[in-house]
Design a protein around this ligand. Structure first.
Ligand code: FES
Length: 159
């Protein structure tokens, strides 16, 4: 179930800082979704003492990361998309997968590999007890950009 916007009022801030909620609110909620700047659905997560923000919809097929579990893979905290279990690092939006180099070996030996950054992550700042997000506006195309459309926005809280 999504969390509604916090009731707290944001303090004046530079235009690039988008108010998400009080730090207390975000920590308690652990996951907050917000349409930022009228154009970007993001997910803000609190995990093991750190705040992270990323595009809400999974880069693979638009799955709702809001409902994903967070697990450690290869020493990195990842959100696991509930639709097809793709793993995305919270820190960088990197897509991780396990490769098998030699399928004839038993037991199979796997190693973690990266597909590179597939999910756009955004910067989180805490100012005077309030949490803000600065959108990552790099011009490089990142695969999760494809799901920041009106169609997906209208359905953003559906699993
Ligand atoms: Fe996320 Fe497929 S939509 S893994």
């Amino acid at each position: 179930k999504p969390f509604s916007s916090p009731l707290a009022v944001s303090s004046p801030s530079p235009a690039s800082l988008h108010f998400i909620g009080t730090r207390e609110y975000v920590i308690q909620a652990q996951r907050v979704t917000k349409l930022v700047n009228g154009c970007r659905d993001i997910l803000v997560l609190y995990h093991q003492g750190e705040l992270h923000a990323m595009d809400l919809r999974c880069y693979h097929a638009g799955g709702p990361l809001l409902n994903g579990d967070i697990e450690e893979f290869n020493g990195q905290s990842c959100i696991v998309c509930p639709w097809h279990k793709y793993k995305i690092t919270l820190a960088e939006g990197e897509a991780l997968y396990q490769a098998v180099d030699n399928p004839t070996l038993t037991p199979l030996r796997t190693r973690w590999c990266s597909k590179g950054v597939k999910q756009r992550v955004h910067k989180v700042t805490v100012v005077n007890g309030n949490v803000y997000v600065t959108l990552n506006d790099s011009s490089e195309v990142i695969e999760s950009d494809a799901y920041q459309t009106e169609k997906f926005r209208a359905n953003r809280f559906k699993g």
